[in-house]
Design a protein around this ligand. Structure first.
Ligand code: DGY
Length: 325
């Protein structure tokens, strides 16, 4: 049996599949490992199964002299130096598709929470401040009938957009390529980012993290948004300049934000946690029991394929794969 090093425990069904197919070594604690600990762990490993919280850099890849592949338990893979892994001929895999709908659901949960001040209302009520119905109590903005701007109309962005139909929303999207299905099915309009920012009441971010998307939303983009607009981020934290967002929320440049991801996760930008007009979630957009299990099974299946010398189903870097290998 090949040796697989897993940086943190996964849901039970995924653990069972890994235990059945590998000599499994797993971080016994439910915490993020330090880089040195991962280096120690990969030394004898044939396969590394890692999380988005693990930065898999050259030092780690070089330490894994026997490595046959790197399996990420996430759809995003900006935590891995894929170019370096590719230069060493190592397949890298991710978990696309299985978390699309769960993540889209959470984008909507955040959108409603921010628009209708659900978290503020909860705090207010628990603090015994509720003294009866009031005409001016915790007024929010309507989601129905509003304009939804989707930045990045891939799988998750598309799923968020499709959910808008029941709320009678107009949908704009910006992406480097068009999404004809979205245009045909829900009449979404493909527009440049600045147009989207100026026109949308809700802006939801769904781009992958890369050098091109770092600080895609900074001070000048926030300035373009409507004063009543709400920004939702379930993609990756560094897509937004978080200090600029704090300033925009403090000064009323935009109305509110709802975030599942942070620039320097798990740390929050100075001042963010003190704001009432932001909803903060701890990177849980894919965190349903069923979805986290599906992600684990998918990751395990990618690892099993690599172990068997087969092309893994969710291969990010097909350059490393030649059929004759
Ligand atoms: C991912 O998979 O990239 C999400 O951020 C967490 O599930």
């Amino acid at each position: 049996m090949l040796d697989l090093f897993l940086t943190r425990k996964l849901p039970a069904k995924a653990m069972q599949r890994l235990e059945t197919n590998f000599h499994l070594r797993v971080n016994p604690d439910d915490r993020v490992l330090a880089s040195e600990e991962i280096i120690e762990g990969v030394r004898d490993a044939d396969i590394l199964l890692c999380l988005l919280t693990d930065t898999i850099d050259r030092a780690i890849i070089d330490a894994g002299a026997n490595l046959r592949g790197i399996v990420n338990y996430a759809v995003g893979y900006n935590n891995i130096d894929v170019d370096y892994a590719t230069s060493k001929g190592l397949p890298v895999t991710n978990t696309p598709g299985v978390l699309t709908d769960t993540t889209a659901d959470m984008a909507w949960a955040l959108m409603f929470a921010a628009a209708r001040r659900v978290i503020e209302g909860d705090r207010f009520t628990r603090a015994n401040h509720f003294e009866g119905w009031g005409p001016l109590l915790l007024l929010g903005v309507d989601v129905h009938g509003a304009t939804l701007g989707i930045v990045g109309a891939g799988r998750i962005g598309e799923a968020v957009a499709r959910r808008s139909v029941g709320f009678g929303m107009r949908v704009l999207y910006s992406d480097h390529k068009s999404n004809p299905a979205l245009e045909r099915d829900i009449d979404a309009r493909h527009v440049p980012l600045d147009h989207l920012l100026k026109q949308s009441d809700f802006v939801s971010l769904h781009v992958p993290m890369s050098s091109a998307t770092r600080y895609l939303i900074g001070a000048s983009e926030l300035e373009m948004m409507k004063p009543d607009a709400v920004l939702i981020n379930t993609s990756r934290g560094p897509v937004v300049d978080e200090a600029a967002l704090v300033a925009a929320l403090q000064s009323g440049v935009i109305r509110a934000a709802a975030l599942d991801v942070y620039e320097d996760e798990p740390a929050l930008a100075h001042g963010l946690a003190q704001l009432d007009n932001v909803v903060l979630a701890p990177h849980i957009a894919s965190a349903s029991e069923a979805t986290r299990t599906r992600m684990g099974i998918m990751a395990a299946d990618n690892a099993i394929a690599i172990a068997q010398g087969e092309r893994p189903p969710q291969l990010i870097n097909p350059q490393v794969w030649q059929e004759e290998r």
